[in-house]
Design a protein around this ligand. Sequence first.
Ligand code: SIN
Length: 359
Amino acid sequence: MKRRQFFKIFLTAILFVAFVSFVNAQNKVLPNVVVLATGGTIAGTGESATGSSYTAGQVRIGEMIDAVPNIRKLANLTGEQTANVGSQDMSVEVWLILAKRINELLAKDDVDGVVITHGTDTQEETAFFLNLTVKSDKPVVMVSAMRSSTALSADGPLNLYNGVAVAASPLSKGMGVMVAINDAIHSAHAVKKMLTTPVHAFMSPEHGQLGTVNFGQVEFFHKPHGIHTINSEFSVDGVTELPRVDIVYGCADMSTDLIDIMVKAGAKGIIIAGVGDGNMNAGTLEAAKRITATGIHVVRASRIPVGTVLIEGEVVDEDYGTVSSDELNPQKARVLLMLALQKDKNISREKLQELMINY
Ligand code: SIN
């Protein structure tokens, strides 16, 4: 072999090795994030970009990731399709699958964070459930959209980009389960869907949003409120179902028929979305007293979207055997009561009250 030819091959080999090392180095510095897709409007499609009608849960995860420019520059991404439903059809079954899979993934050294795509309608319930059952301080970020993927100015792609940025950020460690939407980062404890359709539907009215994420730039203002993730006493290990807990909506001249039907149908706990400060009419209070005397827990939450239900307000819980949901809205109080009953079906009223205040 001529000397010149030898140097040519030698140089090519060196360049090749340098290139491979460069690519590996790039991949190593990027965090590894797994995206678990469950459906929702973010995966929805409609016939017209300017029409409001669409079907949720149509686009699959690979296609969703590929539609977001530069998202693979934020993290090494892997997608998994856990479900593909509108979140009105989210179920305890999928919650358990999600929590178990997230725990499995985050236990691995080579997984740095998880993103979950979800519908907005029950997103806060899934977020709160995971906040209580994920056993890791690595970031878990829920992402959704108010406009379908085919709508004019669809918000899903940027929300997904930002969600991956939050999951990839070292700042997100220990923040519990978060919801990243409309440039805001919310904690699972505080977040609420407050508006039916606009893109600024999610707020954290009692505690304020945790931080912001602007085109991938993450900033936190404070830590989340409430016990979560590695400090939570709840676990999904070996759990295949949760006890039935129903919600009844309070109103003027409310009848107690529904409450009695729920108990007869096998509810192990009842949440009353009471009027005002978790109030209810005299008949419902008497029904609550009768039911709690049989050992079924009744939790007073409120149909008012913002505020705390006082333990000693117009209703004094001790007099009726009830429990206040404190800051938890009816749907989150339901999640907590289901987990509490799953852990201890004979949980005391006092212990349940403590949980409502602390989580
Ligand atoms: C859903 O919750 O799946 C439908 C609504 C939405 O995602 O915005």
